[in-house]
Design a protein around this ligand. Structure first.
Ligand code: PEP
Ligand code: MG
Length: 311
């Protein structure tokens, strides 16, 4: 395997029929960027900004944030960098966010965009800082909001981002309601990125942090795949991009199924890029669609995996 990996050409993600499937990196800090580029990342598909501020006692100033973001954007001239706005909650507490750390059910609580339902000044500052940093760099900066439930929340975020100077604004699809309403959401947002980690947790109603239920946290579950297809179909109909930035994108065999369901880009830990790139090159879009339709018909994750084992 080691030898096979080292032979993989570093180049753009494409299918066997030359359909481009951009392969992007999930990163947090600027010092991860050189390795991501060496491993062939075509940009950043998920910058988890909350991880930059986990130790901050006070909300970072706009100037401090601009400096952080500029350092990252400068690593990707001419490339897309998708920045997720703060996704904190009782489970990933940020000291400066007005979230009740004693919430009984953090996964269903004031997390993601919901943390700014009352006071959105911290979100506004973050978007302002991103707009300033984007203006001063050559990266193709796009923003997206986490934990979006419907089109009304999408509109609230997208309008705010545009008002504050960000041209391209999307949302994460990681709550099942967002998958069910994907066509409405894509009527407003410029793109969606599917967070398969949370989408799986919420579809199967099993806490992703609970070891005893870890087997539920399986994005091969046909219920999850059906929601991905709804989002992929909405993407196809609207002509807007649909990415995946959850762990599922890093599984080479599942990546093929995701593409067959209508996903147009994949973002993952940089170490996973080579194997995903190699696998995608084995399949045409038509073949990926056929495999995806078989996986959708499965009754269990194990049955869905068999589709690729037998491909
Ligand atoms: C996800 O939910 O799939 C995702 C990418 O976001 P996070 O893992 O940070 O919740
Ligand atoms: Mg998530």
């Amino acid at each position: 395997l080691g030898r096979r990996r080292s032979k993989v050409p570093v180049g753009p993600g494409t299918l066997a029929d030359d359909t481009p499937i951009p392969l992007l990196a999930n990163i947090t800090r600027a010092d991860e960027a050189p390795a991501a580029r060496e491993l062939g990342a075509e940009g950043v598909g998920l910058l988890r900004t909350e991880l930059l501020f986990l130790d901050a006692e006070r909300a970072p100033s706009i100037a401090e944030q601009v400096e952080h973001y500029q350092r990252i954007f400068e690593e990707f001239p001419g490339r897309r960098v998708i920045v997720r706005t703060l996704d904190a909650g009782a489970d990933k507490p940020l000291a400066f966010l007005p979230v009740d750390a004693a919430e009984p059910n953090p996964a269903l609580g004031m997390r993601g965009l919901r943390a700014f339902r009352g006071d959105d000044s911290i979100l506004r500052d973050q978007l302002r800082a991103l707009a300033i940093a984007a203006d001063s760099c050559r990266a193709d900066v796009r923003v997206m909001a986490p934990m979006i439930a419907d089109a009304a929340e999408t509109a609230r975020f997208v309008l705010l981002a545009r008002e504050l100077g960000l041209g391209t604004a999307g949302v994460m699809a990681e709550v099942p309601s967002a998958a069910l309403l994907a066509a409405q959401i894509l009527g407003i947002a410029d793109f969606v990125s599917i967070g398969t980690n949370d989408l799986t947790q919420y579809t199967l109603a099993a806490d992703r942090q609970l070891g005893a239920l870890a087997d539920y946290q399986d994005p091969w579950h046909p219920a999850v795949l059906r929601l991905v297809r709804m989002i992929g179909d909405a993407g196809g109909q609207s002509g807007k991009p649909v990415g995946v930035c959850g762990e599922a994108a890093a599984d080479p065999l599942l990546a093929v199924i995701l593409v067959g369901l209508g996903v147009t880009s994949l973002s993952m830990a940089p170490e996973a890029l080579a194997d995903v790139r190699t696998e995608l090159r084995q399949h045409t879009l038509e073949h990926a669609r056929l495999l995806a339709s078989r996986a959708l018909a499965a009754a269990t994750p194990a049955e869905a995996r068999l589709v690729m084992a037998e491909a």
